[in-house]
Write a protein of this length. Structure first.
Lengths: 222, 222
DNA sequence: AAGGCAAAATTTGTGTGCAAGATGCCGAAG
DNA sequence: CTTCGGCATCTTGCACACAAATTTTGCCTT
């Protein structure tokens, strides 16, 4: 239930490679714009180009990588215009998850969510950004699960993944964790009270704030 | 603008094959559950297994095909539970498209939408189901475009594509076209009036009705 | 006759080679 | 000095071949 890693079965080599590259993109080891050369990746993993190629294709369809027909693949570069749109959709999708969660979460799920929020409180107080980031992901995951709609969950997780490489930046804002934690509290309260409208509004606001901070960040960068 | 075909660049053979298989799934030539044998497909297209394989991988990630690790690929079988969830999400996503469209559509786009609705009126009156279906798709596409959010558009189109094989069934309901047309009218009016709330509600209702009819259909089938 | 085990056959996953397309460089012409 | 065109090189796209795995079939045992 509180599962946040989805490495279910590296049944095939291509899936293995995909998961590794995915992880490296999330962690920032592979920056947006980095070229993904099939041959060097094949050499690195001790495999042939074929599974590497399939892994890259999967990443292309997940949106993390872009690939021009005969020109190779690169980690999806930061496109400000598109980022704004993704955050806009993300706020709606997460809002919907929270709305459904407020209606459908079981008592156990609600307790679990409250526990996660409690753990986040300790991380927030200890100013442990890395751990807070991890708990934050678990928190959002719990709400995705709480929607009890797998299709919506997949959408949310896909968006979360595609935004992950950039979301990290905002944590540099020193007081952001406090704000984030407080907003989470609103959502938890609304879900506990089984109030869909309030849950949706609170979550939308939470993500919108993140989007604003991100926009501010990129405006400084450019 | 009113473009509904997205065969932009058959740059690579794999993309060609994917588009063909996609089309066949939509048209019902390839029923859910049908096995997709790499070798026979390769023979049919006069190519090797490699591009066929890549095409299938793409279809897997688009959700139209499922594939168990060493067990081959089949056209995604009808999963009632999942279908219900997809319709639920579809109603929200289309509702959001309509909401944004009401706020963001240009005068030209609004006229185009009205024209499409007018064309649908003639098809509806003539009881030309096939043509109505085509115009219906163009209508929804126009609203997706009107949202002016490419990420949201992609989501909507992906869902529309995955539901297409089943959506066709509901048109058998003789009087459904009249209802569908009337609901479209509500949406057009709300968008013309630039009323986001009303547009969203009308579109949500429209899709929800489709979902109900679909649910009714499958309950009869089983 | 029925059930289980084993071996063969079919099918997918991976490795390798070759050809086509694209990028970059270098030279020549304006 | 700049710009355009042709060539070289590199990378991807596709074909083909081999290996691994799963399913099916047939035989043997109970």
């Amino acid at each position: 239930m509180g599962e946040m890693s989805e490495q279910k079965r590296p049944a095939t080599r291509a899936d293995e490679i995909r998961q590794v590259i995915e992880k490296e993109i999330f962690q920032g080891n592979l920056r947006p714009g980095t070229r993904l050369d099939e041959e060097s990746l094949a050499a690195r993993f001790g495999l042939s180009r074929t599974p590497v190629r399939e892994a890259i294709l999967q990443l292309v369809f997940s949106g993390l990588v872009v690939k021009k027909p005969r020109q190779g693949a690169v980690v999806a570069p930061l496109d400000l215009h598109r980022m704004v749109q993704m955050f806009e959709v993300m706020s709606e999708v997460e809002g919907l998850c929270a709305r459904y969660a407020a209606r459908r979460m079981s008592p156990d799920e609600k307790t679990n969510l409250a526990d996660l929020h409690g753990k986040a409180a300790r991380m927030c107080e200890a100013r442990d950004l890395d751990e807070y980031y991890a708990v934050n992901r678990a928190f959002h995951d719990a709400i995705y699960d709480g929607s009890h709609n797998e299709v919506l969950q997949e959408m949310a997780r896909s968006l979360f993944a595609r935004l992950a490489p950039y979301r990290r930046y905002q944590l540099n804002h020193p007081h952001r964790v406090d704000g984030s934690f407080a907003e989470h509290g609103e959502v938890v309260a609304a879900i506990a009270a089984a109030d869909p409208d309030r849950a949706q509004a609170a979550m939308r606001k939470h993500v919108t704030i993140q989007a604003d901070i991100f926009a501010e960040f990129v405006s400084i960068m450019s």
